[in-house]
Unconditional design. Sequence first.
Length: 265
Amino acid sequence: MTAPVFTFTQGAAPVLVTLPHAGTELAPGMAERMTEYGRQLPDTDWYMEQLYSCAPDLGIGVLRANYSRYVIDLNRGPDDAGLYPGRPKTGLVPELSFDGSAIYLPGQAPDAAEIEERRIRYWQPYHDAVAAELARLKAQWGWAVLWDGHSIKTEVPRLFEGTLPDLNFGTNDGAACAAGLMTDVLQTAEQEKDFSHVLNGRFKGGYTTRHYGQPGQNIHAIQLEKAQHIYLAHEKAPWPIDEAKTGKTRAVLAKLLEQATRWRS
């Protein structure tokens, strides 16, 4: 029996948390075509459900993807357009990991027909669900916030120079979110002296932020990319979670999300 494309817990607050890269399921027959390293799924956003377990307590809905970003990247557009000019493109259906290692065995990468099949089977239902829930929240509240939750290794030289701040907020350079909402969220982040943060630094938001964030329509989107060292014991396989760090990070996320629920357009 195959896993559902996503798991969704509906909330009552005007905020929706999406976790597009938390899944580890693979498409049927895919594992046998992958390299040993690829099967480790090193670019997974590990333990997102634990970090965002605070959301339901705030009345916030959570939509978690169940399939790996190696099946299809839900935070890329269906046209597979690049997000960051001059940077390596990670792809709608990636063939290379973030560090440039092969995901598939030679000659086993999916062709255009398979990519389209994956788009229809995995990408489209997920985004249909996101769009429907944002529409429901806006109809109820008059406004809605999409909070796209991510994590990544603190250092990935192929994708960016140096070390990431702990909390990387992205709003497509302000186009995806009202300035007042982001100001309130950042003021909350600034109170957390143990966590560094940046707005629209290396990560400005992927397809989800750029597509759904429509402040003129009272739908706002924020991507939060977290450096994995703030909740993992170390950033190598098997990527063990650090419960003390996770608890501290979860508490910060709860404050940020609570601030988002209190905002009014």
